[in-house]
Design a protein around this ligand. Structure first.
Ligand code: UDP
Length: 234
């Protein structure tokens, strides 16, 4: 298998890691095995993990909390997921480093671009935690912004479905599947894939966004080699 991209950003929402409890060891192990498969074909990997399995800003807001505080709590949730993922990667022999956007040096190293590049060159996986460290943003935006900063050639967004549809394919069987879309299509049709800030950043920096099913075993490696089912936004 020959990868089309040598360095990628993988965005996973927190919900992907969940099973019956907030983290499912089986699911996390499977995701890490998928990462091992692409590492073994020479792909340098950045991961941005969300926090939605634990806490999202809007959950706090719904309980009357101010948005900024709730967002900081959401950012902390992403750090918890990042640590869990790092442990799981280490257990299967993948060398990974969590880097945070907010200083918490006792827990993980603060992100610096120079150090993250060193890790890339040494074959380590960098897990970016804490989003961009600023409230009123999402981890989708963090994935796009770190992808630009880390010179990634593509953003891979792992979802529970095969790519982008005109409507939710779980609720609407006749939803149309798109193989390719432009950034503008996603923005104009308001397709529910990544928020507008993330898509705009990818557009401005000409980084393709590949949306694929992370639950489909082997699909990440296939999509990186241009095979199997996925949607590419470019
Ligand atoms: N968040 C934030 N700034 C960021 C990234 C995340 O404020 O740069 C907060 C926001 O409250 C968000 C939560 O962290 O709801 C968890 O991230 P997200 O909702 O993107 O996680 P996902 O849905 O991908 O699991």
């Amino acid at each position: 298998m020959k990868p089309l991209y040598q360095r990628i950003m993988l965005k996973l929402s927190g919900e992907i890691l969940a099973g019956e409890t907030i983290f499912s060891p089986e699911v996390m192990n499977r995701v890490c095995q998928e990462l091992k498969a692409i590492r073994d074909i020479g792909v340098q990997i950045n991961v941005v993990i969300g926090g939605g399995n634990i806490f999202r800003g809007n959950m706090g807001q719904a309980q009357g909390m101010d948005r900024a505080t709730a967002d900081y709590m959401g950012m902390l949730a992403t750090v918890m997921n990042a640590l869990a993922l790092q442990t799981c990667m280490t257990d299967i022999g993948l060398d990974a480093r969590v880097m945070t956007s907010i200083n918490m040096n006792e827990i993980a190293e603060t992100f610096t671009r120079r150090r993250a590049f060193e890790y890339m060159h040494n074959g380590r996986i960098v897990i970016h935690a804490g989003g961009i460290g600023v409230p009123f943003f999402s981890t989708d935006t963090a994935a796009a912004s770190r992808a630009c900063e880390m010179n990634c050639q593509a953003i891979f967004k792992g979802t529970k479905v095969d790519g982008i549809y005109s409507d939710d394919p779980v609720k609407n069987e006749s939803a149309k599947f798109y193989e390719t879309l432009t950034y503008q299509d996603v923005l104009t049709k308001e397709l529910n894939v990544m928020d507008a800030a993330a898509i705009s950043l990818a557009k401005e920096n000409k980084i393709p966004v590949v949306v694929f099913n992370i639950k489909n075993p082997g699909q990440l490696a296939k999509a990186i080699c241009g095979e199997g089912l996925y949607t590419i936004v470019s």
